[in-house]
Ligand binder design. Structure first.
Ligand SMILES: *Cc1c(COP(=O)(O)O)cnc(C)c1O
Length: 379
């Protein structure tokens, strides 16, 4: 028997209310019962997205909503601007490439955030750019992007601003309407505390005007069809009914907590985690731009990063994430989002300390836990 602690940047742990909701008998989706659920879910999402626009629920992983954004907004040979500051930014470029969209790529050193001025420079240089694809929290590096500043810039051009907020929404602030985000995409298994399987996408007026003339091939992710359906409180295809039912539970919890409290809690957990890493003599991968969503930490010299993650998980039941792509073995990522709380963080840090000791890293045992507790005491 083993108790498992999930401290990965997706999936994240499930609240008991969610597990219970998932265990309910299935109902049919073309019924007044499900319509009431769909309505509440759609309204609740608007609260979390901080938007008055429609938010659609898609049955797919988060990437499905990213694909929906690309194929609905653009046509082959259209110009787009993508920001690559990690693995998920690269996905925007790959999606554009897949549909013959000409992506102008801003390559940002991993661990840094894009300079908003660079986006303005590219938009000025190429007035044909129709969409700017960005990432709220680049989960591979832990870095958060200044979407508010980018929104102010993009609003002055004909382009729409698209934000992958799959890991950031419900953890850190993103004011979709106030910041001029035209299309915001998210997924169920990160800040939303649900299993994977749902994706969410909001669409502004400016984005709908672009959708009306775009010609990329699309069927399952055609938002015009989804819009017609939602006007009748319906979905074009069978939704993941049980997940939508659980989503309503989560949205009630989030509304009760209030966004401000949720963001504050994430900030405190992130500060405690970062303080613990410093106290252990570990270096943050992105010291100046590390988000409140996930913290990437450099694996110290002489320690096998993959073994560290594997031992924590397989010997002690604490799952953190390793590095992706070029960061494989070089960093570990400690998530503090969704249904994760103070003592999950403490357990995670205590386990990290134990395994670091076992692997021969030298530090004062308990220093990380102490530093984290001091942050929690002060909050
Ligand atoms: C997790 C994640 C994705 C991918 O989502 P899937 O649900 O795996 O398709 C995309 N972007 C970011 C920033 C993520 O954190």
């Amino acid at each position: 028997m083993r108790k498992n602690y999930l401290l990965t940047p997706g999936p994240t742990p499930l609240p008991p209310e969610v597990c219970q909701a998932l265990g309910r008998p299935i109902i049919h989706h073309r019924t007044p019962q499900f319509q009431a659920i769909l309505k509440e879910a759609t309204e609740g999402l608007k609260y979390v997205f901080q938007t008055e626009s429609d938010v659609f629920i898609l049955t797919s992983s988060g990437t499905g909503a990213m694909e929906a954004a690309v194929v609905n907004l653009l046509s082959a040979k259209d110009a787009a601007l993508t920001v690559e500051s990690g693995k998920f930014g690269e996905r925007w470029t790959e999606l554009c490439n897949g549909y013959g969209i000409l992506a102008d790529v801003i390559k940002v050193e991993w661990g840094k955030a894009v300079e908003p001025a660079e986006i303005e420079k590219r938009l000025k240089a190429n007035p044909n750019i129709k969409a700017v694809f960005t990432t709220l929290c680049e989960t591979s590096t832990g870095v958060a992007t200044d979407i508010e500043a980018i929104g102010k810039i993009v609003a002055k051009y004909n382009a729409v601003l698209v934000v992958d907020a799959i890991s950031g929404l419900g953890a850190i602030d993103l004011k979709t309407d106030a910041w001029g985000v035209d299309v915001c995409v998210s997924g169920s298994q990160k800040g939303f505390m649900l299993p994977p399987g749902l994706a969410f996408i909001s669409v502004s007026k400016k984005a709908w005007d672009m959708i009306a003339v775009s010609k990329s091939p699309r069927y399952y992710f055609d938002l015009t069809v989804a819009r017609k359906a939602i006007q009748k409180t319906d979905t074009p295809f069978t939704p993941a009914i049980s997940l939508v039912i659980a989503l309503v539970e989560v949205l009630r919890m989030m509304k009760q907590d209030g966004l401000e409290n949720i963001f504050k809690r994430h900030h405190t957990m992130a500060s405690a985690t970062k303080a613990a890493m410093k106290a252990l003599g570990l270096e943050l991968f992105a010291p100046t731009a590390s988000s409140d969503v996930v913290t990437a930490v450099k694996v110290p010299a002489g320690i096998d990063g993959e073994k560290l993650v594997k031992t924590m998980r397989d010997a002690y039941g604490v799952t953190i994430a390793g590095g992706q792509a070029e960061l494989k073995g070089k960093v570990f990522r400690f998530a503090h989002m969704g249904f994760i709380e103070e003592f999950d963080i403490i357990a995670g840090i205590a386990c990290l300390e134990k395994v670091l000791k076992e692997l021969g890293y030298s530090f004062e045992l308990g220093a990380g836990v102490k530093a984290a507790e001091e942050v929690f005491l002060k909050k």
